[in-house]
Ligand binder design. Structure first.
Ligand SMILES: CC(C)(COP(=O)(O)OP(=O)(O)OC[C@H]1O[C@@H](n2cnc3c(N)ncnc32)[C@H](O)[C@@H]1OP(=O)(O)O)[C@@H](O)C(=O)NCCC(=O)NCCS
Length: 218
């Protein structure tokens, strides 16, 4: 019996998924709305400016989170052990234009989780997701003084245009293939498993916390 001819793709996708498995990225749903709000509200003034391109109040953040359309856009997150979101990427569909189907990438990583490659991994995940959704171009806008974001954009090979202290980056995406599909599917499954495990551990911790005072009192 011969091996199925997609085996090399499966093997390559497995290796790629394993290499990135230390940063587990889950696609978020409307069920994550309160965690999303907590994530954005935890950003300081400067980070809000870098993320949204302008100073934004708590009220604007609350309205932004409420306006997220999970059926049109995709939102990705990285959780800590308590299921708080330490990083979030929003991939928003833009109207079709000269560059075909375009999606805009916006990202934030809490200060405590920076420098661990999470921002870079989220960008890679957004790019592979967009390929699989038949998006032609991934777009990113940031202040040109945003050294970390510029580094991520340059590493990814984005074409960057600078004007008036701002930067627009464009990445042309190749079409989806078996490897891109499998890679995203595997990352989804690993992240779903990790999330379920963390939730069980958190629930177990809560249960122990609730039982211990009773035990002491007994
Ligand atoms: C930009 C941001 C998402 C980066 O997140 P991160 O998880 O720290 O990113 P990474 O760990 O993947 O690091 C990105 C690169 O920046 C480099 N870097 C770190 N600090 C740097 C600095 N001060 N100057 C230049 N490069 C720096 C890292 O070395 C890394 O490059 P490498 O992979 O070649 O080593 C994060 O800083 C953030 O949330 N900033 C506020 C919001 C924002 O700016 N969003 C982007 C606009 S949408």
């Amino acid at each position: 019996m011969t091996a199925p001819n997609h085996t090399p793709d499966v093997a390559r996708a497995t290796v790629a998924a394993n290499e990135r498995s230390s940063v587990l990225i889950r696609e978020l749903t409307s069920g994550d709305i309160h965690r999303l709000q907590r994530h954005f509200l935890a950003l300081g003034e400067e980070d809000r400016l870098l993320r949204f391109g302008q100073a934004v109040s708590d009220d604007i953040i609350t309205r932004y989170v409420a306006s997220l359309d999970f059926s049109r856009d995709s939102v990705f997150g990285v959780y800590d052990d308590n299921l708080a979101l330490v990083a979030v990427a929003h991939v928003a569909q833009l109207p079709d234009g000269k560059k075909g189907r375009v999606a805009e990438f916006g990202v934030s990583v809490l200060e405590s989780a920076r420098g661990l490659g999470i921002g870079s991994r989220l960008f890679e995940r957004a790019a592979i997701h967009c390929r699989n959704k038949r998006v032609d171009t991934l777009y990113m806008h940031c202040l040109s003084r945003n050294a970390r974001m510029m580094r991520i954009a340059k590493k990814a090979g984005m074409e960057i245009n600078f004007a008036y202290g701002e930067a627009d980056g464009y990445l042309s995406l190749p079409p989806a293939d078996t490897q891109s599909m499998l890679s995203e599917m595997m990352q989804d499954q690993i992240a779903a498993f990790d999330y379920a495990l963390k939730r069980q551990l958190r629930n177990a911790r809560r249960l122990v916390g609730a039982l211990l005072p009773n035990q002491r009192a007994a």
